[in-house]
Design a protein around this ligand. Structure first.
Ligand code: ZN
Length: 257
């Protein structure tokens, strides 16, 4: 995962490399400087963004939201429903999810109950303020939805905060709060610190209590204590539990699915 880069000056770090062929072409097409300084780009971009006709219907209401939960609680279902609600009212939404391989842009947000939608992707090191600014220049967007937000880097969460504050577009993030060891994901830690509003997507433990924790189950049916924080796929190896049963599982008791 991303290394901690220390305190970020409110996400205002210089805009990084803009020399990628796609973004350069896009900037040139828009009449924006594609080889100039980062500050020149920012000034030019801001001049294009004011006034901001594609801002949310109530621009002053734009907020950074964090909808968090444990595994298999239905976050993606909630995200897709919320996006649908916008589109049903004739407003466009922009969906993003974590890029798990090299196929930039080819993402999909899928729910276990069988609904899905195409999504753009975000990758480590990518400047999401630049990416979303360019997208907003192309198309009016009422709300930005981000799935797998636990995989955001701390700086990327600051960049999303700038999108909310400066471009007046709401950003709704959906992600896991803690990993299978009971530790915060970096993206979730930053969102817990910065989000304007937080909501819990609830699911239950086998005992009926709210599940707030998750275990990764080994082939012996017992909880794993070690391993990478990020594991692609294999959702069936995770079991969501209340804290008491998570502690029992981590102490070696068999896991009740
Ligand atoms: Zn329980």
């Amino acid at each position: 995962m991303a290394k901690d880069q220390g305190p970020s000056p409110l996400g205002q770090r210089p805009i990084p490399d803009l020399a990628g062929p796609n973004i350069s072409k896009f900037l040139c097409d828009m009449g924006l400087p594609c080889h100039g300084s980062a500050s020149g780009f920012t000034a030019s971009l801001k001049s294009r963004l004011k006034p901001c006709p594609w801002a949310a219907i109530e621009p002053d209401m734009a907020k950074l939201y964090f909808n968090y939960s444990t595994m298999n609680a239905g976050k993606s279902t909630v995200l897709l429903q919320a996006s649908h609600n916008y589109r049903e009212r004739g407003m466009q939404t922009y969906l993003m999810t974590a890029q798990f391989d090299n196929r930039a842009g080819e993402g999909c947000i899928a729910s276990r109950i069988g609904i899905s939608d195409k999504a753009d992707t975000f990758a480590p090191g990518e400047d999401l303020y630049v990416k979303l600014s360019c997208r907003l220049l192309e198309q009016k967007v009422a709300c930005i939805f981000i799935d797998e937000a636990q995989f955001l880097e701390k700086d990327q969460v600051w960049q999303l905060a700038r999108v909310v504050d400066d471009l007046k577009v709401p950003v709704m993030c959906y992600g896991l709060r803690v990993d299978f060891r009971g530790e915060l994901f970096p993206g979730s830690a930053a969102l817990l610190a910065l989000a304007d509003e937080m909501r819990e997507v609830r699911t239950i433990c086998h005992c009926g209590k709210k599940a707030t924790m998750v275990v990764r189950m080994g082939s012996d049916g017992k909880a794993l204590h070690e391993g990478a924080q990020v594991q692609i796929g294999g959702n069936e190896t995770y079991v969501s539990l209340c804290r008491r049963h998570w502690r029992a599982a981590m102490n070696g008791e068999p896991i009740v699915g």
